[in-house]
Write a new protein. Sequence first.
Length: 234
Amino acid sequence: MKRAERLHALTEMLRRHGARGCSAERMAREFSVSVRTVKRDLAALERSGTPIWSRPGPGGGYGLAVGSSLPPVTLSSAQAVALLAAVAANPDAPYNDLARAGVAKILDVVDPRTRARAEELAARVWVDAPVSASRAVRSALEEALADQRVVRVRYTTAAGQTTTRDIEPVLFASREGRWFLIGWCRLREAMRWFALERVERATVLAEERSGHTVQEVGEPPRTSHPVSGVRSTR
């Protein structure tokens, strides 16, 4: 990790630890550098105006001053491009349009130099994204899950059988490059996986779903995990 990226990451790590702070030793382990290097980086952040406090002794550490005017988000150009690539490469991912809008907001508030570097780097990252499913279909499925309401779909199975069925949505899942809606199928009276590209139409009904849970779906595939678990301090 380059020093500029490490300074960004250090700031975000301190922000996440809040009032309890974080020890130099822990930061050194996290970034695979020496404690001396961490302290040198923290001193550089202080000189740049980052409001860092320090607490000596056992249980001490470093943190960000409460009520400081530090911007809510800081990104390196590489981090910005990582976000751009993630949303561009996954057009079928749930709430992708919202993710694109969020990334645009972030890029609007980063400093002009970082934004320019991100745009230059982004031009050298190509993605081969699959053709997206119908925007109207995806919007309906996203709304149904977010609002916990029943969705009526016209669905064609892999065997070519087309049916209209009501689904109580439970979660979205990605598997082997494909996106699925998992929910209680009232037609089959069972939990089913529905490939998004096989949903021809989707209409959100006024009826709320009856309360089927993620636990009923079972354990995720071995290579899968909830996006809430995707969190890094780097």
